[in-house]
Design a protein around this ligand. Structure first.
Ligand code: FES
Length: 92
């Protein structure tokens, strides 16, 4: 784990191809993840992130936008939602 690396960057570095349609600019919801362990150790979400999360498919109380989160706990566990807004709109 790199200290200045977001969850999204850590995933990409490890070959987990999380979507990131806005290129990490906190302007979409495609990098949405659900934090299963280590949620309380994460940096707080900004107002912009909170506003976007409200639009995310499958929002949960421990949802975050992975491009905005810097994990500090070695045991941060995430789940990738089944759909993102992009994928849903492609299906309809
Ligand atoms: S990649 Fe768009 S908000 Fe994270």
């Amino acid at each position: 784990m790199n200290p200045n690396e977001t969850i999204l960057d850590a995933c990409l570095r490890n070959g987990i191809n999380l979507e990131h349609a806005c290129e990490k600019a906190c302007a979409c919801t495609t990098c949405h993840v659900i934090v299963k362990e280590g949620f309380d150790s994460l940096n707080e979400a900004s107002d912009d992130e909170e506003d976007l999360l409200d639009k995310a498919w499958g929002l949960e109380s421990n949802s975050r936008l992975s491009c905005q989160v810097y994990p500090v706990d070695e045991m941060t566990v995430i789940e990738i939602p089944k759909y993102t807004i992009n994928q849903v709109s492609e299906l309809t």
